[in-house]
Ligand binder design. Structure first.
Ligand code: ASP
Length: 346
């Protein structure tokens, strides 16, 4: 198992912005090319120690296929003139339903052997936001987050209360076993062994060092941005621990004045760095390009000792897919309709 240290992170050896992001950014640095109503879409499926050397060709093909399916589904919504929010939800539902990712089916296990799911969504046009944390029987937490945003006066609901609200609103439930996959169960056993060896409960152990959260950012033809994120959190989490994904301004943020952001990584550091809002502020107040804003804030996360990645889209559809981990599952379709799918460091 690869171990990351803060000094290796400080070197920012793996910090990168995807080629797709740079191409999109340069294509748009002068006048907006093509249509006067650009659309763009991007997703991630988690960042971490994702190495070609430990990946089988079959598994890699599965990941690429699912990323392509999800990014295309979101982009199709936009192509038909649909809303950024609908595109974000369409892609995240596909990723939640896939056992490949740590969201919905295939979510990681808590120390108690349960799955507790967190999700958030934000509408950049109104700054409306919805989030749920610690839900255990909702197949697609992103749908419940959206319901909280659109149908309740609140922004965030947790645990039993969030599920009671879902029930009241007629949302179907799945049994808790629905989320179980054997791989994630084995990950929990490994994490527990590691923890026993280290005799420390402070760090939330993630044996794969691969986070697997999913997220999406979109720009629709009306010029509106949206962001969404969904996760099972981190393997072996305890005490109803909640990460950054459902925290508005940390793992999820969207604002038409700046950008849409979805993050993945070691959540505690992303909360402390207020990653989503910090990236947005650099763009809104300082006019930084998406790639530079993303790298600046990931650098701050690394300095604290954390790692992970972000996808960022600005109001012109410029995309940054940045991570300071060896890999991040990611895909985008830029303003020129160009598809990009990436897993490892480019
Ligand atoms: N950020 C998530 C959390 O800390 C984990 C992940 O990205 O996979 O809960």
């Amino acid at each position: 198992m690869k171990k990351r240290t803060s000094s290796s992170l400080d070197r920012r050896a793996f910090l990168q912005t995807s080629a797709a992001g740079l191409v999109a950014a340069s294509a748009l640095s002068g006048t907006v090319r093509g249509a006067d109503k650009p659309i763009a879409f991007a997703i991630h499926g988690g960042a971490g120690t994702i190495l070609k050397s430990t990946m089988t060709p079959e598994k890699e093909a599965d990941y690429r296929a699912k990323l392509t399916e999800a990014v295309t589904a979101g982009h199709e919504v936009l192509k038909k003139g649909g809303k950024a929010l609908d595109a974000v939800v369409a892609a995240i539902v596909i990723l939640e339903d896939s056992p490949l990712f740590n969201a919905g089916k295939g979510a990681v296990f808590t120390a108690d052997g349960t799955n507790e799911l967190d999700s958030a969504i934000m509408d950049g046009s109104t700054l409306a936001a919805g989030a749920v944390a610690g839900v255990k029987r909702i197949q697609n937490p992103i749908l419940l987050a959206r319901m909280v945003m659109e149908k309740s006066p609140h922004v965030m609901m947790i645990g039993a209360g969030a599920e009671a609200y879902a029930k009241k609103m007629g949302m179907p439930f799945v049994p808790p076993e629905y989320f179980r996959t054997e791989q994630r169960w084995r990950d929990l056993q490994k994490a527990k062994e590691e923890e026993a060896k280290k005799k420390t409960a402070r760090r939330v152990v993630n044996p794969d060092e691969k986070y697997g959260t999913v997220g999406a950012v979109a720009l629709d033809s009306a010029g509106n941005l949206a962001a969404g994120t969904s996760t099972g959190g981190m393997t072996n989490k305890k005490f109803n621990r909640v990460g950054d994904a459902p925290i508005i301004g940390a793992g999820t943020y969207a604002n038409n004045a700046s950008c849409a952001v979805s993050a993945t990584g070691y959540g505690e550091y992303f909360i402390r760095s207020v990653v989503g809002h910090d990236i947005s502020a650099l763009i809104e107040y300082k006019g930084l390009p998406v790639g530079e804003a993303a790298e600046t804030v990931l650098g701050k996360v690394a300095k604290l000792g954390g790692d992970g990645g972000v996808i960022v889209m600005d109001r012109n559809g410029r995309i940054a897919l940045a991570h300071n981990t060896p890999g991040m599952y990611r895909a985008s379709i830029d303003v020129d309709g160009k598809l990009y799918v990436g897993i490892y460091k480019d």
